[in-house]
Design a protein around this ligand. Structure first.
Ligand code: NAP
Ligand code: ZN
Ligand code: ZN
Length: 346
């Protein structure tokens, strides 16, 4: 065991504070990673605040992890000391179920072991990336291409792959009229990746405050959802809508923006259930779906895709003692567009 510094959540209401956690000694297939940067995902905030049920405190969150290999177990073949690597939202899965065997390990039927707030196969609680080091089985470690700076690579491990996976699954391309709801951490990656895949991207944001950014990031159109005219103008306009909003929305109004056979994919996971009527779906044979992160293979794919196409997130690098303030800014939709913690400041 080794003791490492971390930023720790101790309850749903207290701010995160500096503390320590234990990391296991590397087993034969483990990679020890010296964490350099960790992104702040809204899921970290939902979890810490107990909005998805009370987690096991004390807890260290963070699942957008970028760092450098500092040690490898005896049987590790994929990585060497000094390699640039990442860890995303899960660190293990059963490897035997239908999902795991068909490259959908994020949907492991026995439940993937998430990077934080899970229990690993050794019976220990998992802790995430707001910490100096992590020990992960080599099969759940991603290679970060040399051309991607580590701070910009970090958000690809969750925000990037969470948008990349549905864009590929629903085959977004040059004939796709794509709308992204919410221009935050996930949403801005949806704009960039959607545009890189050739889709015609529209942003649906609460206001026009970030319009200039949205167009610069690759959107062709930008609308404010606070304006009732948006819903009249855009009715029946899209093939694919990706909802990245962290709060409840009146989904019917957004489903009505789909053309015949269009699909709205729910990516945001707000605390409370949302309602949708049967009429907006049935009348135009529209679909409502959801998608959770991406597989290990897709996570590697998005890292390689972003390196090749020079697609990187817009980030604000912050010191560890700014985490609580960063949370407040994320909650106020004041993030441009992902906070990334510089772990050297821990
Ligand atoms: P974020 O950076 O806070 O972005 C969310 C955006 O939603 C905001 O920037 C804002 O965009 C919009 N929004 C916020 N509150 C709103 C409200 N009350 N009404 C309308 N729009 C609102 O969060 P994120 O990190 O991108 O995560 C977004 C959601 O996805 C969270 O629920 C998170 O847990 C979830 N998530 C899911 C997955 C998955 O695999 N499915 C993976 C990661 C995260 P505008 O200012 O442009 O309106
Ligand atoms: Zn996340
Ligand atoms: Zn499985």
């Amino acid at each position: 065991m080794s003791t490492v510094s971390a930023y720790v959540a101790t309850s749903a209401t207290e701010p995160l504070t500096k503390g320590t956690i234990e990391r296991r000694d590397p087993g034969p297939h483990d990679v020890v990673i010296d964490i350099k940067f960790a992104g702040i995902c809204h899921s970290d905030i939902h979890t810490v605040k107990g909005e998805w049920g009370l987690p096991n405190y004390p807890l260290v969150v963070g699942h957008e992890i970028a760092g450098v290999v500092s040690e490898v177990g005896a049987d590790v073949t994929k990585y060497q000391v000094g390699d640039h690597v990442g860890v995303g939202c899960f660190v293990d899965s059963c490897r035997e179920c239908r999902s795991c065997k068909t490259g959908n390990d994020q949907y492991c039927q026995r439940g993937a072991t998430f990077t934080y707030n899970s229990v690993d196969k050794y019976g220990q609680p998992t802790h995430g990336g707001y910490s100096e080091a992590i020990v992960v089985d080599e099969n759940y470690v991603l290679r970060i291409p040399d051309s991607l700076p580590l701070d910009k690579a970090a958000p690809l491990l969750c925000a990037g792959v969470t948008l990349y996976s549905p864009l590929r699954h629903w085959k977004a391309g040059k004939d796709t009229r794509l709308a992204i709801i919410g221009l935050g951490g996930l949403g801005h990656m949806g704009v960039k990746l959607g545009a890189a895949l050739g889709a015609e991207v529209t942003v649906l944001s609460q206001s026009l405050k970030k319009m200039e950014d949205g167009l610069r990031l690759g959107a062709k159109h930008y609308y404010a959802t606070a304006d009732r005219d948006t819903f009249r103008t855009l009715r029946g306009s899209f093939d694919l809508i990706l909802n990245t909003v962290s709060a409840n929305l009146p989904l019917d109004e957004y489903v009505n923006l789909l053309d015949v056979d269009g699909t709205l994919v729910e990516l945001g996971i707000p605390e409370h259930p949302m309602q949708v009527g049967a009429f907006p779906l049935a009348l135009m044979r529209r679909s409502l779906s959801g998608s959770n992160i991406g597989s290990i293979a897709e996570t590697q794919e998005v890292l390689d895709f972003c390196a090749e196409h020079d697609v990187t997130p817009e980030i604000e690098v912050v010191a560890a003692d700014y985490i609580n303030e960063a949370y407040e800014r994320v909650l106020a939709s004041d993030v441009r567009y992902r906070f990334v913690i510089d772990i050297s400041t821990l």
